[in-house]
Design a binder for this molecule. Structure first.
Ligand code: NBP
Length: 468
């Protein structure tokens, strides 16, 4: 047997499962981890699944892989990636390829790719989504970098990725940091999706007083229609899980303080920088911050007055209304995510293909959902679509949902139930469909206090006036 042509460093959950996924496809792989015992334990436990070559240091990893080498890094995002690059660089030759499969910030990827290109080393920054289960059985893979670098590893990446309708959930995204950017936006949409589902849960639990069984049943039913998605499916699963410590429901025992690793914030940062109104994603990030203020909220809950939080009315009708509100808000979240991709593409010149991105998100990843087929179709039909909401299918679907969407937002506001993502998605929809917004007044104020000038609706040019 010759040397493997593929290597991987970083054998935590994601790296271990990706390496096993590669080996199970009959592709020999050299593996390495900073903590050497992890590598040996890994090969002992899973060695029977394929051909693994255990390497104790980065020099051994480079030596174990056939040149031109392809070596994937699955280490913690940030300084660890720079550390691995510095560590392995002396053992690499021109034409070798490094692949960063972690959640790196796209600007870091651009910087690393540039520095390595100067030495003739190819670089791919790729999003890998699907958690540990996806890494093992088929994740969504979003590779960015030199096209020839992608072509070299495409046969491996497309085999280990998820497959939907015979198509791999792995497509070349674009140059430089494009792959990590698209993964970042994927995670931003994931934040919005999770927040929207949590708001639907809160409305059913706090406002309607449904039991966990009833809430689980609603999510199970929703998963059979337009909302069919991985996140709805696992949510239904959560509501079927009892707590082994108390015999209550496990979800009720979980502290209401959401963690985050930063990719949602990066998405909002980038959107602010590019001028893209990704309100649902940003509200989801803020909602996690608010959830983290548990002690403050606990004190405020005894002091700040508000309505009871209870809804009146037929519960079945209201559950159906919440479903429609969730669907419409989710369309807005995706519309905003794709709009951000368009703006980033205009800035960075990646030549992103929205239809291909929707196609690859259909399987393996956390935001996989049946309605990504509709998004793909919308972009196939109109590649330069102004906004997802303007695709006839979504215009109709949101149009049909909007009466219930408004009912839910109104009732929640009256009952005092916080629904930041539902409400901001609706405000975006209402703002986007307005030919004239009150920004004329903002321009007038700016001109009055700062002589910032304004444009007129009826003639060209820039004006400044003496107001009042
Ligand atoms: P972690 O993000 O927890 O990273 C742990 C790995 O990084 C271990 O192999 C560790 O080695 C290595 N490492 C660290 Br920490 N510092 C290092 C350094 N200075 N030099 C070399 N190696 C170092 O692992 P993960 O959860 O498997 O995720 C890997 C990547 O994939 C991350 O970027 C993550 O954001 C991304 N990702 C994760 C998921 C998920 O569901 N977990 C999903 C999608 C993407 P050690 O064993 O010696 O400490």
């Amino acid at each position: 047997m010759g040397k493997p042509t593929f290597g991987l460093t970083g054998l935590a959950v994601m790296g271990q499962n990706l390496a096993r996924n590669v080996a199970r496809k009959g592709i020999p792989i050299a593996v390495h981890n900073r903590t050497v015992e992890t590598t040996h334990r890994f090969v002992e436990e899973f060695g029977h699944e394929g051909v693994f070559v255990a390497c104790d240091d980065l020099a051994a990893l480079a030596a174990a892989v056939q040149a031109p080498r392809s070596i994937m890094m699955m280490v913690k995002a940030g300084a660890a990636v720079d550390g691995v690059i510095e560590g392995i660089r002396p053992y690499l030759s021109k034409g070798d390829l490094l692949i960063d499969g972690g959640n790196s910030f796209f600007e870091d990827t651009e910087r690393r790719a540039k520095a390595l290109a100067a030495e003739g080393i190819l670089y791919i920054g790729t999003g890998v989504s699907g958690g540990e289960e996806g890494a093992l059985n088929g994740p969504a893979i979003m590779p960015g970098g030199q096209r020839e670098a992608y072509e070299r590893v495409a046969p491996i990446l497309t085999r280990i990725s998820a497959q939907v309708d015979g198509e791999p959930c792995c497509t070349y995204i674009g140059e430089g940091g494009a792959g990590h950017y698209v993964k970042m936006v994927h995670n931003g949409i994931e934040y919005a999706d999770m927040q929207l589902i949590s708001e639907a849960y809160d409305l059913m639990k706090s406002a309607l007083g449904l039991s966990n069984e009833e809430i689980g049943a609603a999510f199970t039913q929703w998963n059979e229609g337009d909302l069919d998605s991985y996140l709805i499916e696992i949510t239904a699963q959560i509501f079927r899980t009892r707590d082994t410590l108390t015999d209550g429901w496990l979800v009720d025992a979980v502290l209401d303080r959401a963690g985050q690793k930063g990719t949602g914030k990066w998405t909002s940062d980038s959107a602010l920088e590019l001028g893209s109104p990704v309100t649902a994603i940003t509200e989801a990030v803020f909602a996690r911050y608010l959830s983290a203020m548990k002690d403050d909220r606990t004190r405020a809950s005894a002091i700040l007055p508000g309505p009871s939080g209870k809804w009146q009315g037929d519960k079945r009708t209201l559950v159906a209304a919440i479903r429609d509100a969730l669907y419409a808000s989710k369309v807005v979240a995706y519309a905003q995510g794709f709009d951000l991709l368009k703006m980033a593409d205009a800035r960075y010149g990646w030549n992103l293909k929205p239809a291909e991105i929707a196609t690859l998100w259909r399987g393996g990843c956390i935001i996989r959902a049946r309605f990504l087929n509709r998004i793909r179709d919308a972009y196939l039909e109109t590649p330069d679509l102004q906004n997802l909401l303007m695709a006839p299918y979504f215009t109709d679907a949101v149009g049909r949902a909007q009466e219930n969407w408004r009912l839910v937002v109104t009732q929640a506001v009256q009952a005092g139930t916080p629904i930041p993502a539902f409400a901001s998605a609706l405000a975006y929809y209402d703002g986007y469909r307005r030919q004239r917004l009150p920004a004329n007044l903002i321009q007038a104020q700016r001109d009055l206090f700062g002589a910032h000038t304004y444009e007129r609706v009826d003639r060209a040019g820039t004006y400044h006036s003496q107001w009042g």
